[in-house]
Design a protein around this ligand. Structure first.
Ligand code: FES
Length: 105
């Protein structure tokens, strides 16, 4: 996912916006990321990803989601349709190979 790709698709909040928000506000808990343009307060698909980004920042790591935007959007669409997340959608090691990994659906 590139900086201008959207992490919160409901409110069009990009990774760059989230990164800048975190640097500026230094949120103590991940839920504070909702103060960045409402991220995570819609369908809630992105909440585990926001939590992941917050964990990365808290650990001093670069904030990144190694998933292709199209795959991310496809998974969200599936989540919205079924109410069920892919089992590996939010695990820490679901990284760079996500785009080519079968979704299980
Ligand atoms: S994608 Fe973020 S709340 Fe729906």
């Amino acid at each position: 996912m590139d900086p201008d790709d959207e992490v919160c698709l409901c409110f069009h909040v990009s990774l760059r916006k989230l990164t800048n928000f975190v640097r500026r506000t230094e949120p103590v808990v991940a839920s504070q990321l909702s103060e960045c343009l409402g991220a995570g307060t819609g369908c809630r698909w992105c909440v585990p990803f926001l939590e992941r980004l917050h964990r990365q920042w808290s650990a001093g790591e670069p904030m990144q989601l190694p998933v292709a935007p199209t795959e991310y959007a496809r998974r969200r669409a599936n989540y919205r349709r079924t109410g069920v997340r892919d089992a590996d959608a939010t695990t820490e090691d679901s990284g760079g190979s996500d785009a080519s990994r079968p979704s299980g659906s």
